[in-house]
Design a protein. Structure first.
Length: 579
């Protein structure tokens, strides 16, 4: 398990690393797995969550240099997120200095140097840079971290040309994986930002920037060795030019499979995102183009680093289900790029024809571009796209994409009968007021007992309402209700396709479907005071509002009542639009 978790960290797959580490040991049974879980959280920029795990797992009392340095790193991240005050930076620098004093390891020394530099204390920065350079593993480096540490020390001392030479050496040594490079990149970006001579570090930053992430899409077509050979050449040229190291998309016959094959051929990390159940996907998107695609489909699938499903529901012959899956893949690509400190692009094999519709390559290109993305296209001319579909291309009139909010009050059963009217007039009135303030985006609301259900027309509106609800509830004292715990609800959010129509019982417009049931299951697992979001909702927010919201990955949770495993995220608002 440790080896798999470390491998995920090294390839920059922070979500998988966290999942693997949390399967056992993240709360203290295994120090190494605990360390990986906290490190993954920290590298994702989720400092407060990482801080909590660091304390809960017992790492804060461990005496090894890695654990001590990780604590100092969290103080550094906290200082940077809170405005990079000199006092906060110096506190983190002192923690690194203490770790170095105990261990004589150059890693905490170089971090103490960098933080002192950022805090404006060049004397201490130079001192710790020289200390790091004097270490034998840095003076004559034999691995990536030794050479990268040397480069950072030289940069702090103003020897940028020598620093670039050390980075070139680092990239040729063992350990020069994507995860390691991403960490070093952030250090040099901080130095460049806080120093008047920062522009001299740009060549180093350019060399360290991880490969880009591509969301891929394209037309389904019949297999043809001649046309595919030309396409493969064009795909390879684009992947090389864009330096693509990670791919996200589905695996339909034709463009999807061909792009996935070329990604794997160059050693890129492939992540598959299916729009619905896999057997339905094969029947609707692979076999219609010819049985010869099936073998290639499974060959690619076997080599994928990750496999996700926008929904585990059936295909109900709604084209919007494909569009939904593509939107989720786009967001996941953007989340990965954010974690790595690189860029996300779209690669599409497209005929260039604009078409109206809820799915298809034109839809995917429009979606990506409408959310600020850049698309690189390869011509689809000459492809045999005479695919015989048996189902209708028209979307059923009673389905749509919506965002859902579920909330309840976990202390409700402890409230005495005499206090229930007060609960109604305080807690539920606050909830109603919050929802009323978002009425422009609301399509449906309902309540029963302590539970609240709301349907919104966008993921962003649901996120705003969920966070606003938790903030508003803090104004209510638990003693008013006879409780000894904070007055907080559990709030869960989800985004997905649903049916809508008239409720024959209430004679009101209503929404129903598997995704609503799934969203309800998530709410039961949400800690009081938190807002948990499904992966589809987190992905949509990464597309539409990346500067407004932060989604902390909390792992794949087993949903109750047989709804399977589901990746969940803790949602919060970004401060000052900072990532």
């Amino acid at each position: 398990m440790v080896e798999r978790a470390r491998a995920a960290i090294e390839r920059g797959d922070l979500l998988s690393a966290y999942d693997l580490a949390r399967q056992e040991g993240a709360l203290g049974a295994s120090t190494e797995l605990s360390y990986i879980a906290v490190l993954a959280m920290a590298r994702m920029g989720e400092t407060e969550q990482a801080m909590r795990l660091y304390q809960q797992s017992g790492l804060s009392t461990a005496d090894d240099v890695d654990s001590q340095s990780l604590g100092a790193r969290l103080l550094k991240d906290q200082a940077l997120q809170n405005g990079a005050s000199n006092a906060g930076l110096k506190r983190a620098a002192e923690a690194y200095a203490e770790a170095h004093q105990r261990s004589q390891d150059p890693f905490p020394a170089i971090n103490a140097a960098t933080l002192n530099c950022l805090a404006g204390d060049q004397e201490q920065a130079s001192h710790f840079a020289q200390v790091a350079l004097a270490a034998s593993s840095v003076a004559i480096p034999t691995d990536y971290y030794g050479a990268a540490t040397r480069a950072e020390a030289l940069a702090i001392l103003g020897r940028e040309d020598e620093a670039l030479e050390s980075i070139e050496l680092a990239l040729s040594l063992p350990g020069a994986n994507v995860g390691a490079r991403s960490t070093t990149l952030r250090q040099f970006e901080l130095l460049a930002k806080h120093r008047s001579t920062g522009h001299r570090l740009l060549p180093i930053i350019s060399r360290l920037t991880p490969p880009a992430v591509a969301m891929f899409s394209g037309h389904i077509f019949r297999a043809d060795p001649k046309s595919e050979a030309a396409l493969a050449t064009a795909i390879d040229a684009q992947l090389d030019a864009l330096n693509i190291g990670f791919g996200y998309g589905a695996l339909a016959a034709g463009a999807d499979i061909l792009i996935a094959e070329r990604l794997l051929a160059r050693g890129s990390t492939l992540n598959l995102v299916f729009p619905f159940r896999e057997d339905d996907f094969i029947a609707s998107s692979v076999l219609p183009a010819g049985n010869q695609w099936l073998k290639r489909y499974y060959a690619v699938r076997e080599q994928a680093a990750g496999i996700s499903f926008a929904t585990l529901a059936d295909y109900v012959h709604d084209p919007a289900q494909f569009g939904y899956g593509a939107t989720v893949a786009m967001g996941m690509a953007r989340l990965r790029a954010l974690h790595l400190g690189t860029r996300a692009v779209q690669l599409a094999i497209w005929d260039g024809k604009q078409k109206n519709g809820a799915a298809g390559t034109s839809h995917d290109v429009d979606q990506w571009r409408s959310t600020g993305g850049t698309t690189f296209t390869i011509s689809a001319d000459g492809l045999d796209r005479s695919i015989a579909y048996t189902e209708s291309e028209e979307a059923p009139p009673d389905r749509c994409l919506k965002a859902f909010l579920f909330a309840d009050f976990p202390g409700f059963t402890r409230i005495s009968e005499g206090k229930l009217p007060l609960f109604w007039s305080r807690v539920m009135v606050v909830a109603g007021s919050v929802l009323a303030s978002h009425s422009g985006a609301l399509d449906f609301t309902n309540s029963w007992g302590d539970a609240v259900f709301a349907v919104f027309n966008t993921a962003e509106a649901a996120a705003e309402a969920g966070l606003a609800l938790q903030a508003a509830l803090l104004s209510i004292s638990p003693t008013e209700l006879g409780l000894d715990r904070p007055t907080q609800m559990r709030v869960s959010l989800h985004f997905g396709p649903v049916y809508f129509g008239n409720d024959p019982i209430t004679n009101r417009d209503a929404f129903y479907g598997t995704e609503i049931s799934r969203a309800a299951r998530v709410e039961a697992l949400t800690p009081p005071g938190s807002v948990y979001a499904s992966e589809p909702l987190a992905a949509v927010l990464a597309n539409t509002a990346p500067d407004k919201f932060s989604a902390t990955y909390v792992g794949k949770i087993d949903l109750p009542k047989g709804f399977g495993q589901y990746p969940l995220y803790a949602l919060r608002r970004r401060l000052n639009g900072a990532h």
